[in-house]
Design a protein around this ligand. Structure first.
Ligand SMILES: *[C@@H]1O[C@H](CO)[C@@H](O)[C@H](O)[C@H]1NC(C)=O
Ligand SMILES: *[C@@H]1O[C@H](CO)[C@@H](O)[C@H](O)[C@H]1NC(C)=O
Ligand SMILES: *[C@@H]1O[C@H](CO)[C@@H](O)[C@H](O)[C@H]1NC(C)=O
Ligand SMILES: *[C@@H]1O[C@H](CO)[C@@H](O)[C@H](O)[C@H]1NC(C)=O
Ligand SMILES: *[C@@H]1O[C@H](CO)[C@@H](O)[C@H](O)[C@H]1NC(C)=O
Length: 320
């Protein structure tokens, strides 16, 4: 018999009702310590609010202290995206036409992969890593195939996995506090999830090389000028207003045309095989020459907020 999980069903039901009623779904987890690696339930780190009769879903990411792409955020994004796949919403509501990803923290939009999940740091173990990479692959697949138009509303840092996520959204708009970039090269790793291949399509090979190889952050204005994001707004309020207006306009139109247009554009995005190749490279590098993950955790004082505010530029401190 199929293992039927009562809580999951109850949760899914309450989430669906909230989506329909336009109420935020917020399972607030009060035990969110930086080093806690427990499995979160539901969309613990994500608050969702639906509007325009369920056609727009605003997702607020809130995973203190720095919105790290860790066990919780990966699991919650996986759960949320699985929940809005058309197959899971056939009951009484179509999937939202537009999803907006914003952050509750003005300094961090979405962080890099949790450095403590690599190497020999607890709670690293193979089944844990396998579970995360499986969910991660599924997230990347869903970003590409969901009929929903995905908008990244960025203010604050989007580095490493955060950048990989934003380049896979259908559009990205940024506020003045934005810093984009990737720290992986500094710990002997690579930017993954097809992030580099997507970025090359956005800004070209040589700019991608410069930013990826130097572990340098890029500010909002420059990012907008070179096409890393669609546009920059001079205040958080203007950013949010503009994104809501764009989402509202898109949501007026029939879902079929939106999905068809997205699918045609996506033919030019990095193919799924790039994600597998990136994961293979990550594991090969981790297994090879000892990567300085432990040194990064030491220097960063376990990925403290203070250190993370300077990532990716301050990654040179590992080698100074
Ligand atoms: C609201 O959404 C429902 C479900 O898709 C639809 O049946 C209904 O016509 C919509 N109402 C308005 C006013 O657009
Ligand atoms: C529907 O949701 C369930 C539970 O969240 C998930 O396991 C399943 O993969 C989803 N279906 C699809 C087609 O993604
Ligand atoms: C490994 O991680 C899984 C979670 O994916 C957990 O259930 C299991 O207890 C862990 N095993 C050890 C030996 O820590
Ligand atoms: C969206 O478009 C793709 C590609 O044409 C198609 O395979 C898929 O079934 C469409 N999904 C929906 C919900 O219309
Ligand atoms: C970082 O975490 C490790 C493992 O939990 C702990 O032993 C160490 O004391 C922490 N270091 C700092 C600076 O917080």
């Amino acid at each position: 018999m199929y293992p039927f999980h009562k809580n999951l069903v109850l949760f899914a039901l309450s989430g669906l009702l909230s989506l329909i009623n336009g109420n935020p779904v917020h399972q607030h987890d009060t035990r969110r310590l930086p080093w806690e690696r427990t499995k979160s339930t539901g969309f613990g780190t994500l608050t969702t609010t639906s509007s325009n009769n369920g056609t727009i879903l605003r997702v607020l990411m809130d995973n203190p202290p720095t919105n790290l792409y860790d066990y919780k955020l990966i699991t919650d994004l996986y759960d949320l995206l699985s929940f809005v796949v058309p197959e899971n919403l056939t009951v009484s509501a179509p999937p939202p036409k537009v999803m907006i990803f914003a952050s509750a923290d003005p300094d961090f939009w979405m962080g890099h992969y949790d450095g403590a999940l690599f190497g020999t740091n607890p709670p690293f173990n193979e089944s844990y890593t396998e579970e995360l990479f499986t969910k991660n692959r599924a997230i990347v697949g869903m970003l590409k195939s969901l009929p929903t138009i995905l908008i990244a509303e960025i203010n604050g840092r989007a580095t490493g996995s955060g950048n990989e996520f934003l380049v896979q959204c259908d559009m990205a708009f940024s506020g003045p506090n934005t810093i984009l970039g990737a720290p992986e090269v500094a710990v002997g790793g690579v930017h993954g999830n097809g992030g580099i291949q997507h970025l090359v399509r956005l800004i070209g090979m040589q700019r991608t090389a410069e930013y990826m190889l130097t572990s340098s952050g890029i500010d909002a204005l420059t990012a907008a000028e070179i096409g890393w994001v669609n546009r920059m707004y001079r205040s958080e309020t203007k950013l949010r207003g503009a994104v809501d207006e764009i989402a509202g306009r898109i949501a007026l139109f029939p879902a079929a045309g939106l999905n068809g247009t997205k699918a045609m554009i996506r033919e030019f995005s990095a193919p799924p095989s790039t994600v597998e190749a990136d994961i293979a490279t990550i594991f090969r590098l981790e297994a090879g020459e000892k990567a300085p993950d432990a040194e990064y955790l030491r220097i960063s004082k376990n990925q403290s907020r203070h250190f993370e505010l300077g990532v990716p530029d301050n990654m040179v401190e590992i080698w100074d």
